[in-house]
Design a protein around this ligand. Structure first.
Ligand SMILES: Cc1cc2nc3c(=O)[nH]c(=O)nc-3n(C[C@H](O)[C@H](O)[C@H](O)COP(=O)(O)OP(=O)(O)OC[C@H]3O[C@@H](n4cnc5c(N)ncnc54)[C@H](O)[C@@H]3O)c2cc1C
Length: 417
């Protein structure tokens, strides 16, 4: 006998787990399957990333009951400075400055450590009546016109209206559905970690465009041992990155200072260093019979603008709204019409972000002198155009054409029990 549910989500990463929590909060019966056990993901050794969570994503995490469970206070980002530079050279004065005070006073986003988000997601999923978690478990999925049968390696069997592929970039469900994906390898590594610095960051983030790849400093909330700390995302050509990763702490700290500048004083690396290969990826379709792809299973972008997870959260918001609306109206939560609407709503937004991050990386990764001058003048020109600046600031906060109810802070209707 199969257990009947509405939605089975395969992959309990930040996107899959948030979708599960959002749907179950509204009263939808969901199952989540992950190949890996979830408690070890809470350990500091598991993931060094810290996410820049846009204002719209915060609304979604609030509605899913996750934000309130974050174990550490998120660090707000109130200023963003974008500069074009070269390592060791004083930062160009022709940059672009964003100040939250110019866009109504709310922060552009919040820095949340991956570990902290994981603790909150695990706690939320464990407390939801309509959510069943299977991890570690493998899912064998057979889809047909009426639904999907999911056979778990634990011996259990589920029958769902909709299966969601949220297993990240190598999504098995995507491959099994024969959905092709376009890929682009940047031949860069993203070096990720935390740093302590002498002077306070004043809740300001820095995006420094360098010839080998961008360098970002993102303000973390103060912690007991580190009153002044930031996360870094440093994209570097692969071979060079490997050399920097192997440096002793002091020399590694100096290389960071060469890229970041001296405005925060002396830098000391904190904890482990992490590295991730950087590539862009886009699935040819986001849907198939009874299947929807979300998050990195559908799209992967360069971390140049810290938008990868935010893009996945926008998938979550749209899919959750469509599913809850369908169930509330007594309709099918995994029908072809719903899936077509999901794809139509999400692909243009993801393509736009993919194109924009790719163009930024290409444009700023070129050190030809005429191009550098043009770039700097371009940044300076945007700085003097308030309407255009406001447009970019709103995009950084996650607001755009694809914004809807959940992302604007309007919760979902609760389904009758
Ligand atoms: C260096 C770097 C910095 C970044 N910084 C930011 C940032 O500041 N802001 C931001 O918004 N984004 C950022 N991103 C992007 C962000 O990390 C990803 O977009 C995000 O992790 C995608 O989440 P996901 O849940 O879709 O996939 P994943 O995080 O990949 O999770 C997939 C889950 O599926 C499970 N799984 C895999 N295969 C199977 C299977 N066959 N069956 C069952 N389960 C399976 C895995 O165990 C895992 O739990 C960054 C990325 C990089 C590389």
């Amino acid at each position: 006998m199969s257990e009947e549910i509405e939605v089975c989500i395969v992959g309990a990463g930040p996107v899959g787990a948030t979708l599960a929590a959002t749907l179950a909060t509204a009263g939808v019966r969901v199952a989540v399957v992950d190949a890996a056990p979830l408690p070890p993901m809470e350990l500091p050794e598991f993931d060094g990333r810290a996410y820049a969570i846009a204002a719209t994503s915060r609304h979604l995490l609030d509605a899913a009951g996750v934000w309130a469970l974050l174990p550490q206070a998120p660090g707000p980002i109130r200023h963003i400075r974008v500069v074009d530079g070269a390592p060791g050279e004083p930062a160009s004065r022709l940059g672009l400055d964003f100040d939250a005070a110019d866009t109504g006073g709310d922060p552009f986003g919040w820095m949340v450590e991956a570990r902290s988000l994981r603790v909150a997601l695990n706690a939320r999923m464990a407390g939801l009546e309509h959510l069943t978690l299977y991890a570690p478990a493998q899912a064998d999925v057979a889809r047909d016109e009426t639904g999907a049968t999911i056979r778990l390696s634990t011996g259990q069997s589920l029958r769902a209206r909709l299966v969601v592929g949220a297993e990240g970039r190598n999504s098995l469900l995507r491959r099994q559905a024969g959905i092709g994906a376009t890929r682009f390898d940047y031949h860069q590594l993203g070096i990720v970690g935390a740093i302590a610095h002498e002077r306070p960051h004043e809740q300001a983030a820095l995006e420094q465009f360098l010839p080998n790849g961008p360098f970002a400093q993102l303000p973390l909330a103060p912690s007991a041992g580190h009153p002044n700390a930031s996360a870094i995302v440093w994209s570097e050509k692969r071979a060079l990155a490997e050399r920097f990763l192997a440096l002793p702490d002091e020399a590694y700290g100096r290389e960071i200072e060469r890229r970041m500048g001296s405005h925060l004083g002396r830098v000391t690396p904190i904890g482990r260093r992490w590295s991730y290969p950087l590539a862009a990826m886009h699935a040819a379709r986001y849907a198939d019979t009874r299947l929807a792809l979300v998050g990195d299973a559908a799209h992967g972008i360069h971390p140049i603008a810290g938008q990868g997870l935010n893009l996945g959260f926008r998938d979550v918001a749209v899919l959750a709204e469509l599913v809850v609306e369908a169930i509330a109206a007594g309709q099918d939560a995994g029908g072809a019409g719903l899936l077509a609407r999901y794809q139509a709503a999400r692909r243009p937004d993801a393509l736009l972000m993919l194109g924009a991050t790719h163009a930024l990386e290409r444009l700023f990764g070129n050190s030809l002198p005429p191009l550098r001058i043009a770039r700097r003048l371009g940044l300076a020109a945007v700085q003097r155009m308030p309407a255009l600046k406001q447009f970019f600031a709103k995009r950084a906060m996650g607001f755009g054409s694809a914004t809807g109810g959940l992302l604007e802070g309007r919760g979902l209707v609760s389904l009758p029990r």
